[in-house]
Write a protein that binds this ligand. Sequence first.
Ligand SMILES: Nc1nc2c(c(=O)[nH]1)N[C@H]1C(S)=C(S)[C@@H](COP(=O)(O)OP(=O)(O)OC[C@H]3O[C@@H](n4cnc5c(N)ncnc54)[C@H](O)[C@@H]3O)O[C@H]1N2
Ligand code: MOO
Length: 390
Amino acid sequence: MISVEEARARVLALARSPQPEQVALYDALGRAMIAPAAARLTQPPFDASAMDGYALRSADLPGPLTVIGTAAAGVPYQGETPAGTAIRIFTGAPVPAGYDRVAMQEIVTRDGDRITIPEVGSNLNIRRKGNDFTKGSEFLPQHPLRPADLALLAAMNVPQLTVARRPRIAVLAGGDELVPVGTEPAPGQIICSNDIAIAGLAREAGAEATILPLARDTEESLRDRFAKAEGFDLIVTIGGASVGDHDLIAKVAGSLGMERAFYKLAMRPGKPLMAGRIGASAMLGLPGNPVSAMVCAKLFMQPLIRAMQGLPPGPEPLQAVLGRDLNPEGDRQHYLRARLAPGETRPRIEPFPDQDSARLWLLAEADALLIRPAHDPARKAGERISYLPL
Ligand SMILES: Nc1nc2c(c(=O)[nH]1)N[C@H]1C(S)=C(S)[C@@H](COP(=O)(O)OP(=O)(O)OC[C@H]3O[C@@H](n4cnc5c(N)ncnc54)[C@H](O)[C@@H]3O)O[C@H]1N2
Ligand code: MOO
């Protein structure tokens, strides 16, 4: 069986180059920019006052000075600025040439049109022209766009962006025991939860997810669903990946010409993961156990979706301090649901004692996956250990 690292490299190799799409700035939240945006102006476009107060010459201090005019945001002062004068100025207004400082009004004594400033601080209270960015500066963040990025792009006067088209993901869950959420299960049946979870993880990573109708445990039903998935960038199947008589995904995908990148890896949970290509689509075959499906999606599907948008694949492990002793690990890299608590230098992490890969409650309560490499020796509380935040 191949390692998690090798499997990850093979999954990422399935990503084709991102497809460009133009979107309006407002609609670009969470999207991945794939072409730089150039600032269409300089910001601030002029030396601007950072305070409400008086613009003046430092050389004239402490005054008295004659107030000869006013400048407000959007309404510049147009007159001369002779020595011994000041203007009333408000935050955001252009500081007229000649004045080199703004004294905030709290430290100014005013009597009619005369002001004195007995004690001035060191701060000039002027935002220099171009101190944020200059015309032509290029911006290309390597993360999904956040509100702060949109604010910057707006200030750059960029109304339209080139982003990666959202990868289109088909989610194909199947099993004779499964019925959709909201229906009454007959004896032996359970509610299908994986498709919602996997579609959610796909959307979280920037994809557009389509949940296909539940497949039955027959080759015919699966063939029909694969036909419906044609044309999607990525087909994600859930369940039927293991070795039982009803585990038909490998067989059906094989008969449809799947080129396999791998099947099975040294990972726990998630051993029966499969990956490859069917026609123009990448394919991931996730194991059916709900926790295994989600851990595999977190480790392989989300990075693939991010790579398809030209983003760093992630997730990068972080470091925590182990909260309790752990026994030696087996021959598969183990991802344990765990809880984080604040610690002195790093968070403290404690894995749940029960790691049954069908228990969704424990996944919903976990805020991290503690990572143990294959054959990791016994570990003591207080040691450093890697984890992925959930
Ligand atoms: N003899 C062996 N049996 C199993 C092995 C093995 O190596 N040898 N591996 C086990 C491991 S590990 C896993 S993980 C599972 C994965 O098997 P499948 O991918 O074939 O999954 P299913 O059998 O279809 O389902 C497993 C389990 O999950 C439930 N399930 C499936 N799909 C959904 C869904 N959409 N929503 C909610 N729950 C779902 C299903 O009812 C089963 O209980 O195989 C082990 N067996
Ligand atoms: O690998 Mo299964 O995915 O351990 O539960």
